[in-house]
Design a binder for this molecule. Sequence first.
Ligand code: ADP
Length: 328
Amino acid sequence: MKKRIGVLTSGGDAPGMNAAIRTVVRTAISYNMEPYGIYRGYQGLINNEIEPLCSASVSGIIQRGGTILKSARSQEFKDKEGRAAAIANLEKHKIDALVVIGGDGSLTGALALQKEGVPVVGIPATIDNDIACTDFTIGFDTAVNTVMESVNKIRDTASSHERIYIVEVMGRRSGYIALYSGLAGGADSIIVPEVPHNLDQVCEKIQKAYRAGKNHNIIMVAEGAQVNGDQTNPSVAVSKYIQEKTGMETRIVILGAIQRGGAPTVNDRLLSSRLAYHAVSLIHQGKTGRMVGEVDKAVKSWELEYALAQDQKLDMEYYHLANILSSI
Ligand code: ADP
């Protein structure tokens, strides 16, 4: 009997997930395995939303954001009984191994499955770039390109009206989206959770620029930054501080869900395709309980448990560069 391989997407969707699903399906077929799609993540696994896939099921999706397998969050799956129901469905369909495409929550769920006897390989996919053992997670590149384009547009109006704009971006506890899009978008200040910020310095920069004749300012704020003890509204806290300290009016833009959408960039399509190919190859070789990642252009894999225990460190070289370029 042919080996059967299941694939699911879980947690927050990320552009490039479809390109990864496509590669999982086609690589499995190339190894003479039978691919099965599981819809709505772990909740779909519990609800038995499982169907065979073929090469045609994944045609015309490489350029689409989101995920054709849908995504969901599942509280039930966090309990052993929920996972037992999921495992029973995998057994019912005689699925031998599972590819999980998702963020750290989803990969933590995958590790739980592996420990309970299901061979699993994880593919890191989240716009947040908050998973270690890979330079980038699937979806990050598209998200920062989207943010950068938004910053370009905000700058047009900021400079016309001579205004200070505070742009809040996603990333959960990570400052990667704020840092990369801020550096690429020419932001004046970047506030991230990983580095202590000094709002007085931000204000000084604004005033110094003002004296030099530059009357607009873009401040990137990561949603996970803690500003003056305010964990829920960092951009509002930054805005209040600047208005009180400088007397200047500020505007806030919270970019929100647009950061998740859109056609994946070249980088994300290539990353998805390479990681998914490697994931299925590992299953073909009988190596599971692993996460795939790309480091210095090489695709590798690590013990899932090890990878999840590491911290994805913010690139401080980029942070310092952004600081230098906006302080002169
Ligand atoms: P992401 O994968 O994007 O980080 P979540 O953190 O919401 O998104 O996780 C997605 C799903 O993974 C959860 O709804 C849950 O079903 C599963 N999951 C998350 N954490 C665990 C855990 N500690 N044990 C088992 N399953 C988990």
